[in-house]
Design a protein around this ligand. Sequence first.
Ligand SMILES: Cc1cc2nc3c(=O)[nH]c(=O)nc-3n(C[C@H](O)[C@H](O)[C@H](O)COP(=O)(O)OP(=O)(O)OC[C@H]3O[C@@H](n4cnc5c(N)ncnc54)[C@H](O)[C@@H]3O)c2cc1C
Length: 275
Amino acid sequence: MHTFSYVKAGSIKEAGDLLAANSDAKLLAGGMTLIPTLKARLAQPSHLIDIGGLPELSGIDAKDGKLTIGAATRHVEVSRSAVVKKAIPALAYLASQIGDPQVRNRGTIGGSLANNDPAADYPSAALSLNATIVTNKREIAADDYFQGLFSTALDAGEMIVKIVFPVPAKAAYEKFPHPASGYAMAGAFVSQSGKDVRVAITGAGPGVFRWKDAEAALGKKLAAASVEGLSVDAADLNEDMHGTKEYRANLAKVMTKRAVAKLAAPAAAAKSKGK
Ligand SMILES: Cc1cc2nc3c(=O)[nH]c(=O)nc-3n(C[C@H](O)[C@H](O)[C@H](O)COP(=O)(O)OP(=O)(O)OC[C@H]3O[C@@H](n4cnc5c(N)ncnc54)[C@H](O)[C@@H]3O)c2cc1C
């Protein structure tokens, strides 16, 4: 058994100081990824610094066209929040589709974005909505934050404090979940702000990415037919026992079309999905 010290941080500053003083320390939020990693001996931290219950890291607030969510806010809170449902309903929907009730009751938005699993849902929302990741040291634009497989712009010892989402005019998320885990085989988050349309694809590749050809086409006409003649380049996509690169490329396109259809006519899309 690997031994470590467990510390429940009382403030952001205390957690930051503990990280700075212990280079092998790890933050513990919902533990949904970190605890299995410890059980598999894939990480052997000297300290676990529990930030899960820190009031400074939780809370949801919308004002001046921005939705701010504390890093330790759990998926279930995002999915049920009246503030999120009013500001960015697609984000509440996305949170409601993560894993299962146990995962949603423990997992946090900050843990998900710090982990940057290639099949996680939140990275697509953060990238499509051009969110700002606010840490205990600086602010990082989503375009600079995601750096591929389980990799982010976070420095060692840096902690996500909150995520600020600009409220778009419209947004929608669709994913094809892996039947066992719920993780995205492919998911597409599409948002429109002014004339800009941003399409972020998760699950299909080694990290979340923007599908810029689709963005350009949808910027001219926001309709599912606009992406009909396009295809996601399969060359760099994931291939495993669950699906080939080509299968994932097609899924990414189908999820994009579904998200656009939902975004263009939310009521009609919801009705047809229920059939
Ligand atoms: C069975 C199962 C199914 C799942 N299905 C899905 C799914 O469908 N979609 C999906 O998106 N996710 C899914 N997840 C992942 C889950 O949603 C969690 O969000 C994710 O595991 C990380 O969040 P956490 O709060 O549990 O982080 P933890 O496990 O506590 O931490 C994960 C990592 O992030 C670091 N960290 C945590 N908080 C911060 C912070 N504030 N700043 C910096 N670093 C931090 C930790 O040190 C650790 O390295 C699933 C997980 C499981 C176990």
